[in-house]
Design a protein around this ligand. Structure first.
Ligand code: ATP
Length: 208
């Protein structure tokens, strides 16, 4: 379970949210909603440990993430706006690099992930030469390679076509069904058929 306890986030002397508290259980698919500038990315970065809050705490499996940062980092996969994809490398090289970071070497799994995101045939093209949607797909292919139970995804559907959005939505549902947790932001409509999407809304310093 992931718990936010009384999180405050002040940016540029503006309170994006204060006292934000929630608990997200295994099996939940959660969308953080709100208009541009409401603080969605700020919240996801705080949850992923990439930015500091201005008060409050985050608990993973009942323990403060400040106390056991390594354990928490191994439990989560964060894909943000800067998707961590190296433009000079090919999709295959990017995914090999990601795999190695978790101590694995499994080319078959990389081929399978490339197939899931429709990039077989582009595996040896430098990412810099790919389209925006294909670039995003390289980043998202990591979802098929990750064992992390907690996925924190900032706008994963941006630049993805309609069919891709449907395919990713099925993947998010499957991850939740396998008692994972998916927390994401998107401005697109997501039609989840197998798993209700819980929404947490940020708007002008208030949340619900
Ligand atoms: N490090 C920072 N320093 C100063 N201001 C920041 C910082 N990070 C975010 N902000 C400000 O906080 C506000 C919220 O930004 P954030 O990116 O979290 O919004 P968002 O809800 O994700 O927006 P969008 O829907 O446009 O992606 C913005 O006004 C932004 O300029």
């Amino acid at each position: 379970m992931l718990e936010a306890q009384g999180l405050n986030c002040i940016r540029d002397e503006r309170a994006l949210f204060t006292g934000l508290s929630f608990a997200i259980h295994p099996g939940e698919l959660v969308q953080i909603e709100g208009p541009n500038g409401a603080g969605k990315t700020s919240l996801l970065r705080i949850l992923a440990g990439l930015a500091s809050s201005d008060g409050g705490d985050i608990l993973w499996q009942g323990e403060s993430t400040r106390r056991n940062r390594d354990r928490y980092n191994h439990s989560l996969l964060y894909i943000g706006h800067q998707a961590g994809v190296k433009a000079v490398l090919t999709p295959f090289e990017n995914l090999s690099f990601f795999q190695k970071s978790s101590g694995k070497k499994d080319p078959d799994a990389i081929w399978s992930a490339l197939s899931q995101v429709g990039l077989v045939g582009y595996e040896d093209v430098p990412v810099a030469q790919l389209s925006a949607g294909q670039h995003r797909r390289v980043a998202l292919a990591r979802l098929w390679l990750s064992d992390a139970p907690l996925w924190i995804l900032d706008e994963p559907l941006t630049a993805i076509d309609k069919q891709g959005v449907e395919h990713l939505t099925r993947l998010f549902e499957q991850h939740a069904e396998k008692v994972g947790i998916v927390i994401l932001t998107t401005h697109q409509d997501m039609m989840s058929t197998r798993c209700p999407i819980r929404k947490i809304k940020l708007d002008g310093g208030v949340w619900r």
